[in-house]
Design a protein. Structure first.
Length: 191
């Protein structure tokens, strides 16, 4: 017996004469009407949750798509990767002859030719609101996997002056909607 037959919904197959049968329940009083409506709503709920009455091809494709869709914790990172690797960033200190060191943000394994949005979040700042951001395009660089970049941030590297790390840099591969790792840096030099 199929789940879509009337007998599966608690109605005898012999007495079932169509969808309008639910409203033609004989008997008197509100109890019969209430019972009829309850059976109607229960049948609708079962039909909705089991896909009864729908196109079998569409239901099969929908169920296959649901089973193939990534979860928030599992395969999302695998499917969102450019070239099979997670985007990776690191910060370096720019060379200086006068003792003022800046931060250079470097990255690899991003989508070649894709946009990369870089953000800096300050510890103790407003949660989710970056204090610095910049957009660049990842390109092929010798010795680096996938799309890469070297961006001079214009921010001071305060670790050169003995300050603790107080900020987090991250980069988003816009094409795959994948965040990079977090790079901890020191900026602001006392702020």
């Amino acid at each position: 017996m199929s789940l879509c037959t009337p007998a599966a919904h608690g109605v005898a197959a012999d007495d079932f004469q169509g969808e309008n049968n639910m409203f033609n329940i004989t008997g008197s009083g509100r109890r019969t009407t209430t019972l009829g409506l309850a059976v109607l709503f229960a049948a609708a709920a079962v039909a909705t949750t089991t896909g009864c009455g729908g196109n079998p091809d569409t239901a099969a494709r929908t169920n296959a798509a649901k089973s193939a869709s990534p979860t928030a914790t599992g395969s999302a990172a695998v499917e969102g990767k450019a070239h099979g690797y997670n985007p990776y960033i690191w910060a370096t200190r720019s060379p200086s002859t006068i003792g003022v060191y800046g931060l250079v943000l470097r990255g690899q394994s991003f989508t070649i030719g894709g946009q990369v949005k870089m953000v800096l979040y300050k510890d103790g700042g407003v949660p989710g609101v970056p204090v610095w951001y910049k957009t660049t395009t990842a390109r092929s660089l010798s010795g680096r996997h996938g799309g890469a970049f070297n961006i001079t941030t214009g921010l001071l590297d305060c670790t050169a002056y003995g300050y603790a790390k107080n900020s987090t840099l991250m980069a988003l591969d816009v094409t795959t909607n994948t965040w990079s790792n977090k790079a901890r840096v020191s900026t602001g030099c006392g702020n």
